[in-house]
Design a protein around this ligand. Sequence first.
Ligand code: FDA
Length: 307
Amino acid sequence: MNPLRPLILAAAGNDTIRQAVATLPGGRTLVSRFVAGETTADAVRTVRELAGDGLHATLDYLGEDTHDKDQAEVTVLAYLELLDALHGAGLSDRAEVSVKLSAVGQLLSDRLALDNAWRICAAAEQCGTTLTLDMEDHRTTTGTLDVLEELRHTWPSAGAVLQSYLHRTERDARKLATAGSRVRLCKGAYAEPAEVAFGDGHDVDLSYVRCANALLEGGAYPMFATHDPRLVELVGERARWYGRQPGEFEYQMLYGIRPDEQRRLAEAGHVVRVYVPYGEQWYGYLMRRLAERPANTAFFLHALVSR
Ligand code: FDA
């Protein structure tokens, strides 16, 4: 694990550092490595480019933790505009959307978050695609899974994310492992206390494989979100063992991370979906990516001071 991870995650809430990244010489280059751009047009262009490489996308309009109803509405409208633009560009079969409930009002009320997620689901279905609820810190896990359950009564293709670093996740995976249930499985990106999460990377990996088995066994449609070469190999083997063909599960990776591996898997016949963040509020997202890897921290410091 990156020894600077707690420090970088703490900086994710620091506005002075955000300003510095935005204005220092290499800041823009750094952001563009992980973020597709700021506008709907940037997002659509990126989906088209990825589609040209045989890849699918899930789009995240950046922003989280809003306490402001108007800001939540801005986020919903951005998703509606995006879905419309994807449909207009004939790319709906290539892209779905990823939504953070904290960006659409979860901190104000569960009801508002549900209503807003509902509107995005409805628009997604009209455009021939769907939505996945991102998972945030452990205090929101139960609320997010409750919203998912509500959405699925009307929009069964709505998906959610499970994080293998949480002790509870194997249980959640068994509950969500029903036929066709779309579940993205990742390790987890937040700084979580030892009472709720595994601290050791090996334990997180073991949990990941147990959850993958549960999803495959129960007939879910697992979306394996990891760049970890050992896990990519392992879940592929587990999927084969459970008789899954390529297309009956998918791999997911983040925009800008291991792009060659994304293309290699797609060329081998797998569905590979790239998580594409865009929008003006890139800072918290960028900090979580930097915290994941010492090499990224070095890249970050170098980019900030170089032209
Ligand atoms: P790990 O971090 O162990 O990395 C394994 C290897 O992958 C590294 O050795 C390196 O080669 C490469 N790598 C990983 N991260 C890198 C980086 N930032 N830069 C460069 N190389 C890198 N989390 C969450 O809490 N809620 C969510 O909703 C989501 N959603 C989500 C969607 C998708 C599509 C992905 C791929 C990931 C998420 N995540 C997430 C993030 C996830 O929880 C996790 O933090 C990252 O994927 C990193 O974990 P890995 O499984 O890649 O392994």
